[in-house]
Design a protein around this ligand. Structure first.
Ligand code: F6R
Length: 243
């Protein structure tokens, strides 16, 4: 079952999440790690890079797969999910390119991109740990409300709210309507799942997770509650005394 961890603020959330990841890494050298982009995990990723530089962990000993990407976006765009990961983790820690698998979201054949991601995960026998954020509408990666939990990597028509909220990542106007994402099947099959959430906009999604009695396709985040080894590291203002 899920372990709910209440933290007082963003910094404490990041400390807790990074320490769970470091402990998991120490026990799984050579494992495959999947880290969400977006704003929530930024400090967690920075702390991992700091731990690498301090010699507490060697991030070069692991493999990484990108969780999701905006279809059609140039990956050098600062708002791309890959740019987030590069900026906050891979570059500061000097992780070799060969250790990273990512979607080419400008490829002509996006189905092939999905297939390659699926094969990469299969080669490792699954993901060791997934670090996930949650969308205001409860999405996980780009697994939007209504998703089929048995899906692997796939292309998604993004919900209007995801497109609206997504504008925060970009300095300029971008035309986005689709995403490419690992599927819930793969994320839920991770040995460990760490969900991080802070900020008032996530209140409803977290409330749904707390209240759910079974996974609810309309709030994909709820599925994490029923994972056998998951952690939800949540800012206390979102928990309202639930812990
Ligand atoms: C990004 C991703 C998304 C985000 C979610 C929350 O790679 O997978 O599901 O985790 O939209 O985004 P932030 O953290 O910016 O609030």
């Amino acid at each position: 079952m899920i372990q709910l961890i209440s933290v007082k603020d963003y910094e404490q959330m990041s400390e807790k999440a990074s320490s769970i990841i470091i402990e998991t890494m120490k026990e799984n050298i050579g494992g495959l790690f999947c880290f969400a982009g977006g704003d929530t995990p930024v400090r967690t990723l920075e702390m991992l890079a700091e731990a690498h530089r301090a010699g507490q962990i060697d991030l070069h000993n692991y493999y990484y797969i990108e969780l999701d990407e905006w279809v059609g976006l140039d990956q050098t765009n600062e708002g791309s999910c890959l740019s987030y990961l590069r900026r906050n983790l891979f570059e500061p820690a000097g992780v070799p390119e060969v250790n990273i698998h990512y979607f080419d979201s400008q490829a002509d054949d996006l189905d092939k991109e999905c297939k390659m991601a699926n094969e990469y995960i299969e080669r490792f026998g699954g993901i060791t740990l997934s670090l996930l954020g949650v969308g205001v509408n409860g999405h996980i990666g780009f697994n939007e409300p209504g998703v089929d939990f048995t899906q692997k990597a796939h292309i998604v028509d993004l919900k209007p709210e995801t497109i609206t909220v997504g504008a925060k990542y970009f300095d300029e106007d971008v035309e986005i309507s689709q995403g490419i994402t690992l599927g819930m099947q793969q994320l839920l099959a991770s040995d460990t799942v760490v969900l991080v959430a802070n900020g008032a906009s996530k209140k409803e999604a977290i409330q749904r997770l707390l209240d759910s009695e079974e996974p609810d396709r309309n709030w994909p985040v709820t599925a994490i509650k029923f994972h056998s080894n998951s952690f939800a590291v949540i800012e206390e203002q979102l928990l309202d005394g639930a812990v």
